[in-house]
Structures are given as C-alpha cells and as structure tokens.
Write a protein that binds this ligand. Structure first.
Ligand code: BG6
Length: 520
C-alpha cells in the first residue's frame, strides 16, 4: 500500500507554541506514598524532571518519597538513576544535581500515627526552609488497599484541609475493583477531601496522542460532519501489549484485563472518540460530556464480552512462559489476560454503529490504536467489468495510532497510473516523530503539572468512574460465577483467542491492527 507523509513547518510549530502561556504552579511539596515502587522511579520522577527541564516547576519545589523501607540514604540517588535510565536524560544534564538535592525520603508504615505526625513536621520544616507555603500534592502510588487508610489519616492529622496552603491528592488506579468498591472508596475519600482536591489519574489521558484525538475532532472542521452513524461503519480500539505481567502476579491475579485496562484506559479512549463537543475545554464541561456518553452505552450483552488467557509461546524469537507459570500466579488461575468487548452507544450520533474493543497481554506486538472505518461508497462505480480490473476497493479508514509509532493515517482509494481504471488503497500518514521530533515525555508530565495547577480536565471524576464500573460490573460478576474451561486459550505472541476473532467476525469484520502500521 502506497503511503504519503504529512509535513509540518518548523515555523508553524514555533508560532503555535508561542501562543500558549506557560503555566507555572505555586511553590509546593509533592509527597509520594509508595515511593519505593516502580512507578516513582520509572515514571513520576522522570516526569517531574522533564517539567524542571522545561522550566515549568517553581523554584520552591520539593519532593518527599514515603514508603515503609528505610531508604533514606539511597532514595535520592536511586531516583537520579531512574531519571537517567527511564527519562532519557543525559547523566551530565546541568539541572540534575540541583534537582536531586530537592528529593527527600520519609520512612513510615502507612498505618502508623507517629509516622504522619513526623511527616507533618518535615513538611512544615520545608515550608520554613524552602518557602513551599503549605501547598501539598499527595500522590497515592501504594497498593490500592492502603488508599482509604492513608486518606483518613491525612485527614485526622489535619493535613487534608490545612489553614494555610492548597492541598490536592492524586490517586492512582485501580480505583475500586467493581461498582460497590469504587463507591465505597469515593465515599471514603470524599469524607476527607473535597471533590475539587481529588485527582483520579488515568495515565492514558496524559498521552499526547490521546489528547490529540480531541484536537483532531474539534480543532478541524472537516471531520466532525462525518463523525457519526451516517458515515461510520464501525470503530475498533485495540490496546495490545507483548509484555506479560512483569512480576505483578498478585496484583494481576485480582485484576485481569477487563479491570486493568478495559474499564479505564479503553473507556477513556472511547469517550474521546465518541463524546459530543464540550462547551469548553474546562474540567466540568469535558467530564459532563464523557459521563453523558458512558451512560448512553447499552448494557453489555454477556455474549459480546469474551476473554482469554495466554499459554506459553514465542515473542521476539524467545520462548516465553504461559500466564499460569508466571511467578506468584495460581497454576489453575482463571484470570483473563485478554478481553474483547462489542458495544453500542444508544444516542443520535452513534445508534447502530458497533464498537469493538480489545486489550491483552503477550499479544503479537505492542500497539494501541483506534480505527474509524467508514461506509463503502453507495455505488461501486469502478467495480464493474466495463471499466477493467478494479483491484482493491476498500472503505476509507482513519487510524489513530496512540503508541508506538504515534500518528494518524487516512486510507483512501487512488487510481493506479495507466490506461485502466484500477484502484488501489493508499495511505496519507501523519507521524508525530517525523513532524515534531521524538519526545521522551511519558504522559505523567502533563498530568502532574495539571494537578499542581488544580486543572482536573484530564482526570476522572467520581461519577465517571462509577459509570464505567456500573457498565462492567455485571460482566465481571457473570465471569466470576462461570469459569471458562478452555484457559489457556491463546499462545503468547499471537493475536489472542479465537473467541476474540469470532466476536468481530459475527458482524463480518476483522481486527485491523493485525496489519502492520504504515511506514513512510
Ligand atoms: C497500566 C496497567 O494501567 O497500563 C498495565 O496496569 C499496563 O498492566 C499499562 O501494562 C499500559 O500502559 P502503557 O502506557 O504502557 O500503554
């Protein structure tokens, strides 16, 4: 398939960037609970350092890692390594030494009252020594079981609503494991923090390409008129990973693909692709449209939700083990590592358009993409024998590549040069890295900055979280009562179980991402 590239002028990029005001947050301390975990080293600290490099952090900014182990002597240096290794930062970067000096560590058990009292003292000391003015950003990156307890103790120590300063709390996913637990957690957190202090994070919303879905739809005039049931045949969303569970056996055993990725990341992608234009790009307006969209989804039919679990297989020419053989996983485990869902949205824009979504571990390659497939032209003018060979007439398709190889492509038919009316699909491709250069940002930069600025547009609201859990909880309940007898039902390194192909095949379609993304 022939491909052409979209070009971007560097002057235009400069001009666009110069029109945006840099937003620098107030002085503050970021306090990361669960700081000894991977997330802090791999994502949070590199993201904070990227903000520092971009001049977006205030001078009076400090970081405190909180965890149980005594890491006081090694934490800051360990974070330096993380910034270099995972943040793509030169170890001789001129700003690194100063940044590492701002990192402190506080060892405590999350249920230890004395630990909170001494944390509070430490933070007050920072206010005096570094001018952080009582502003706090608490980041809960612990196992979810600790969320409610930490929040309550912050409250009882007067750290949630102090007299001086602004306090915000970021809560990592998973936010509950079903509707009831999500409600309970929301109630717990809401008794201590106001909703405007709570930032429920979904790191997919920090990804440039995910935000670009809204820009593509609402900053351009030509796509919205065709973005509806009159023109769209169906939509596919794939979040495929070739990695396994990466040592997270105990977590994943309780989660599974539906809870881990489908209920949150994929539903966020779905909402961006399908919601109505919000009145403004402000938190309230965007959230309202998302919730309206999610509540318009027809209750899921259990036959439209399928699951799989990987067995041993080959990835990158290496033999890898099956899920049941992974560390700290039940050898008889019934946890799904793949889920696919077909749903319909019962509103004026989308009635009758099927949406197919799938997520899985140990699939053939890592790819997250959204494909909008348009209807065939009403008449195949070039498909008749009178006009000679019509080789390959295929419906138009817009593919948004969220990762890797970030970009957007449009497929359309073009005449093959020559005396006959031969038609061949070609692809017009916009590739982020080619257009704007590659970036080492990991998505947390934008979200951390927004949380420090108090902008919740790209965070989940309690109503939204509960709405998506309400959709999936009946499926999870049904799955919990009836285990499939077929696990493992796909080999690592393949595109998932047959039931996933059958799900979409029933409507006469096939999954798109099986194709290789176009290369320029
Ligand atoms: C996390 C899930 O939320 O998202 C992981 O818990 C998954 O299981 C990850 O691997 C995928 O994120 P990304 O950014 O690599 O697509």
């Amino acid at each position: 398939m022939a491909t052409t590239e979209v070009r971007v002028s560097p002057e235009d990029v400069k001009q666009a960037a110069s029109q945006v005001h840099e937003r620098i947050p107030e002085p503050s301390v970021a306090v990361i609970f669960g700081a000894s975990g991977d997330l802090t080293k791999r994502k949070l600290l590199p993201a904070l350092f990227h903000l520092e490099q971009a001049g977006l952090l205030p001078e009076q900014f400090r970081i405190v890692g909180v965890a149980r182990r005594n890491l006081a002597n090694s934490f800051a240096e360990d974070m330096r390594e993380g910034i270099v290794e995972f943040g793509g930062v030169d170890k001789n970067d001129g700003k690194l030494d100063e940044f590492v000096k701002r990192i402190a560590y506080h060892a405590m058990d999350f249920d230890n009252e004395q630990g909170y009292a001494s944390l509070q003292e430490l933070l007050s000391q920072f206010d005096r020594d570094y001018g952080t003015r009582g502003n706090r950003l608490f980041y809960l990156a612990t196992a979810p079981d600790y969320f409610a307890d930490i929040v309550h103790r912050l409250g009882s120590h007067g750290m949630a609503k102090p007299e001086v300063g602004t306090v915000r709390v970021i809560i990592e996913k998973p936010f509950g494991h079903d509707l009831e637990s999500a409600k309970e957690l929301n109630d717990d957190v809401n008794t201590v923090f106001g909703e405007n202090q709570i930032f429920r994070i979904d790191h997919y919303l920090g990804k440039e390409t995910v935000q670009n879905v809204l820009v593509f739809r609402f900053a351009n005039g030509i796509f919205e008129p065709i973005w509806n049931r009159n023109f769209v045949d169906h939509v596919q969303i794939t979040a495929a990973e070739n990695i396994g569970i990466e040592g997270r056996g105990p977590f994943y055993e309780k989660a599974g693909a539906l809870r881990d990725v489908m209920q949150n990341h994929i539903m966020e992608l779905l909402s961006f692709v399908t919601m109505e234009p919000p009145a403004s790009f402000a938190a309230e307006a965007v959230r309202r449209e998302k919730i309206k969209l999610w509540t318009s989804i027809k209750p899921l039919n259990i036959f439209d939700c399928v699951r799989g679990q990987y067995g041993a297989g080959i990835i990158d020419n290496q033999m890898v083990k099956g899920y049941r053989e992974e560390d700290r996983v039940d050898p008889q485990s019934q946890t799904e590592t793949y889920a696919a869902v077909r749903l319909e949205i019962d509103n004026w824009r989308w009635a009758g358009v099927p949406f197919y979504m799938r997520a899985g571990k140990r699939l053939a390659k890592r790819v997250t993409e959204i494909t909008i497939q348009f209807k065939q032209p009403p008449m195949l003018l070039f498909g008749t024998h009178m006009h000679g060979p019509c080789t390959d007439i295929q419906p138009n398709r817009i593919t948004m590549r969220i990762q890797p190889d970030e970009g957007i492509s449009l497929r359309f038919g073009a005449k093959v040069p020559g005396p006959q009316m031969a038609v061949c699909p070609v692809v017009m491709d916009f590739n982020y890295a080619h257009a704007f250069g590659s970036s080492s940002a990991n998505g947390y930069e934008r979200l951390l900055l927004d949380a420090m600025l108090g902008d919740a547009t790209l965070f989940a609201h309690r109503d939204g979280v509960e709405t998506t859990w309400a959709l999936y909880t009946p499926v999870l309940d049904a799955w919990a009562t009836k285990y499939p007898q077929t696990f493992p039902n796909y080999a690592a390194g393949t595109w998932g179980p047959e039931c996933g192909d059958e799900l979409i095949g029933r409507d006469g379609h096939t999954w798109h991402s099986v194709e290789v993304s176009p290369k320029v």
